[in-house]
Design a protein around this ligand. Structure first.
Ligand SMILES: Nc1ncnc2c1ncn2[C@@H]1O[C@H](COP(=O)(O)OP(=O)(O)O)[C@@H](O)[C@H]1O
Ligand SMILES: [Mg+2]
Length: 405
């Protein structure tokens, strides 16, 4: 099978999916705005051919290059796991007559208002919401929905430009900061715990599923630099308090007509047990969560995705052996990393449960923690028992400190 992989080497995780495609026997052709020599070696080695384009945003030029290729080589699939080019992938599929999400099916995955309207129509629980492009529209929505509420872009990512608003005064303060956002969703603020529901599907069947527990909720993690955000893949998906979220996620896939590939959903569980849908992407979760899921299962989910989209199955056995958690670190101070404290003690106590350590070295410039969840580095820990995993993750969150100056 010949697979056209859009942006095969960027962002960094794409190279692993590209490699996965080659591993399961696909013939992989790359298409992207990196020249072949600039691709990560992993991606370059997996490609039989690479089509460099000046910009993936130039849809006309990209379509020309792809159709030229398609005249010489049959293309069986167009895959894209990078959010900004999902619509491009859908357009190429439609024009080549290939299976997979159409443009119309892709839009709800990119527009949070469209997504919620579809789910509402199917009777699934979303936050009360309104979409608007005007300041007057936000005020009208606030009046109708009430405080506390959330204002966020309809096509946001990484909690960017997302605000919890508790009062008229706060809304007055927040509105000027949203001037550059063309379309916003105003939503009822849903208090509770926040989880993911991630799947790999083929032919509309869920072949692999995963739930991560965010500690704390992403908006809180994004609001306070001192927090070390934890994303914990849970071992026991049969736990009674996860069933509502699983069922909701499965229903969402059905309503949106998703059939093949990776999805990343988010849902909230209120104190009274009610579950509320958050959002969905037709792509894997970011922030190295696929690595976390790999450590939870000892599987290769990059290849499992590739197997699902090319062969309609997952051949490797996948067993949930551990809870696995990523702990992201943000250094104290600005500038370059000077030192860290606590790692030796933590490794002496928990070393056998540490699956990966990837912290910025001394001398490296701090990353922008608001722009990237990865921040100044991360540790992945794992353990079969949930409360022990929480204990270990919390220890790395609080007792490992990095400093910059
Ligand atoms: N209606 C809501 N109620 C409570 N928290 C919300 C709501 N909408 C968003 N949030 C918070 O903001 C974060 C980012 O919003 P989300 O819709 O997931 O967009 P993004 O694409 O930026 O991840 C969520 O993870 C959650 O913590
Ligand atoms: Mg989100």
């Amino acid at each position: 099978m010949n697979v056209l992989m859009i942006s095969p080497g960027y962002p960094a995780e794409m190279a692993f999916f590209t490699r996965g495609l080659a591993d399961v026997g696909a013939t992989v052709i790359g298409l992207g705005d990196q020249p072949a020599f600039a691709l990560p070696e992993l991606a370059r080695d997996a490609l039989i051919h690479h089509l460099p384009v000046g910009s993936l945003a130039d849809e006309g030029a990209v379509a020309g290059v792809v159709h030229e290729l398609a005249r010489r080589v049959p293309i069986d699939r167009v895959e894209c796991l990078w959010e900004p080019y999902m619509i491009l992938a859908a357009k190429l599929r439609e024009s080549l007559g290939l299976p997979g999400l159409t443009v119309g099916q892709t839009v709800p995955f990119r527009d949070k208002e469209r997504m919620k309207l579809l789910l509402d129509a199917a009777g699934l629980r979303t936050p009360r919401h309104a979409g608007t492009a005007t300041v007057a529209g936000v005020w009208a929505a606030a009046e109708q929905i009430g405080f506390p509420l959330i204002v966020k872009p309809v096509d946001g990512a990484g909690s960017a430009d997302t605000y919890r608003v508790d009062s008229i005064g706060e809304l007055n303060d927040v509105l000027p900061m949203l001037r550059h956002v063309p379309q916003v969703s105003v939503e009822e603020f849903v208090d509770g715990e926040e989880f993911t529901y991630d799947t790999i599907c083929a032919d509309g069947r869920v072949l692999f599923e995963n739930i991560c527990w965010y500690r704390p909720r992403p908006l809180a993690a994004k609001s306070h630099e001192w927090i070390s955000p934890v994303t914990m893949a849970l071992r026991d998906l049969d736990a009674p308090d996860l069933q509502g979220g699983r069922a909701l996620g499965a229903a969402v896939l059905e309503v949106l007509g998703f059939r093949d590939g990776f999805t990343h959903m988010e849902w909230y569980r209120k104190a009274d047990g009610e579950v509320v849908f958050g959002e969905i992407g037709a792509r894997p979760p970011g922030g190295r969560t696929v690595d976390v899921m790999n450590y939870a299962t000892d599987a290769d989910l990059f290849a499992a995705w590739a197997d699902a989209v090319t062969n309609g199955r997952i051949s490797q056995p996948i067993e949930r052996r551990y809870n696995a958690a990523s702990v992201f670190k943000r250094a104290n101070g600005a500038g370059r990393i000077t030192h860290s404290e606590g790692l030796d003690r933590l490794l002496a106590q928990y070393g056998e449960h540490v699956a990966a350590i990837d912290l910025l070295p001394v001398g490296a410039h701090r990353r922008d923690w608001r722009a990237t969840l990865i921040s100044d580095g991360m540790v992945i820990v794992r353990h079969p028992d949930l409360s022990t995993t929480v204990e270990i993750a919390d220890a790395f969150a609080t007792d490992l400190q990095m400093y910059a100056g």
